[in-house]
Design a protein around this ligand. Structure first.
Ligand SMILES: Cc1cc2nc3c(=O)[nH]c(=O)nc-3n(C[C@H](O)[C@H](O)[C@H](O)COP(=O)(O)OP(=O)(O)OC[C@H]3O[C@@H](n4cnc5c(N)ncnc54)[C@H](O)[C@@H]3O)c2cc1C
Length: 63
């Protein structure tokens, strides 16, 4: 039993204009997406988390 009616979404891809600023950063899937159905979104998200953790680790006491 469908929980929602089917809908036609002609354009799913997007790219955010700004992806980081002072004290914040978007994760990859919020920053942009080409095609979620054929994506590697989970690995890219984990790679983004890993890169953010490296940036924080290396820069934690810089401010
Ligand atoms: C249809 C579809 C199929 C996909 N298939 C695959 C696949 O097969 N393989 C793959 O690797 N990737 C796939 N992806 C991509 C994958 O789902 C994403 O890359 C991944 O879920 C991103 O993780 P995330 O934690 O960044 O964001 P999300 O999983 O989107 O998590 C964000 C969370 O934040 C919550 N949230 C949003 N706004 C607020 C707010 N203001 N306050 C509190 N909570 C909020 C949302 O409810 C959500 O739970 C698919 C995506 C879609 C849409």
């Amino acid at each position: 039993m469908p929980q929602f009616p089917f809908l036609h979404a002609p354009r799913l891809s997007f790219r955010s204009g700004v992806v980081a600023g002072p004290g914040w950063a978007l994760l990859p899937s919020a920053a942009g997406c080409f095609d979620p159905l054929l994506s590697t979104g989970f690995p890219l998200t984990l790679l983004g988390v890993s890169r953010l953790a490296e940036a924080l680790e290396g820069d934690w006491n810089a401010r």
